[in-house]
Design a protein around this ligand. Sequence first.
Ligand SMILES: [Mn+2]
Length: 431
Amino acid sequence: MQTISEREYQSRRERLGKKLKQNSLALVCAAKPKIRSNDTEYPYRQNSNFYYLCGIEEPSSALLFIKKGKKCRVVLFVKEKDATFELWNGKVTGVKKACKRYKVDEVCAISKLQSRIEKEMREINRLYYEFADTSDETAILRKMGSNVYAHANLSKMIFKMRLYKTPAEIELIRQGMQITKKAHHHAMRMCKSGKKEYELQAEFEYIFTKNGAYSDAYTTIVAGGDNANTLHYIKNDKELHAEDLVLIDAGCEYNYYATDITRTIPVGGSFSSAQKEIYALVLHVEKEIIAMVKPGILRSKLQEHAERMLCEGMVRLGILRGSVDKLLKKRKHKKYFPHGIGHYMGLDVHDPCPYKTKKGKEIPLQAGMVLTIEPGLYLPKNDHSIPKKYRGIGIRIEDDILVTKEGYENLSKEILKELEDIESLYEGCSS
Ligand SMILES: [Mn+2]
């Protein structure tokens, strides 16, 4: 299994250190465990920014950057060895081992963080930390620095670094994609009239876990028929009907990297002619937009073009009436395609990297970025302005695209989406 090398984490920390102003402190902390109820916790998930800088999965850890003049020192704080804690919760790395394992300037016990910050702040006049961070460690820093120093939101600086994926990161996304592919194809085979949506959800969770994916990258959406017209439908508790489509938006998180794939398939194994018409339109638009991806292009151009093509298609099918230009101007098409054409993806499924510069200028796509392309059409059952045969159809098709120097690479191209391929997958499976 490929992971990110210690050398790569070190170079990320060095790059961040160079961005900090002189005489400053920057603190990035591990995520705080979250209580589910009483004394049970949600499964722990590391803070993506902290993980990006060191790959450490343990809570109660922190990175302190101390920049004096041009020199930046990185101190790692970890939980100290504690036999009682470890009896219940498993081994922790501890200071001694962390010293050997991580290429930082110094390793200290997390219990020493406060006194260390106090000491360093005698000479420091600028603080960087993640403004939204709720960890106890950041709370210490925030409290000590209140009113006295210049503050800056460290999150944004790290988000900017995360915009461009390295070959090692892309490799992890590729590995995760193999698992997500397996799960989607498995679900296509298991899909059957009379099953509950959550039964298909369970197939995804089974394949993800069985193949070593940490979890899903977001809550799986299994939306049969008209449920697909609720964009974030996650109840997944209804029965699937042979005559309906089912929209499945699901991707695993593998080694902290997300995948995000949507396929819409016929429950009964074949598309009706009305379903085919909508599907063919969405698929055509998806492919056209993917083909436009290349360095220099603006995401807003992709959005605009997708909206125009979907609007033209809807006029052709009689879903919208009037001139395409006028409909676009009045935003009439947004009723049936209300969302964005895609988003960045990485350590977070919606990677929070910047879409605009500080001055508000849109950032064009560049090699190394990863984004989803996901057009959809959502035609609610109770919308009587739509021709009857289309009512209750909701279709989205979503792939994950790497921007390359030459143009793009579709990282999920192996996950079936052609009408005939999906239908023949059912034929190949008799159960
Ligand atoms: Mn998505």
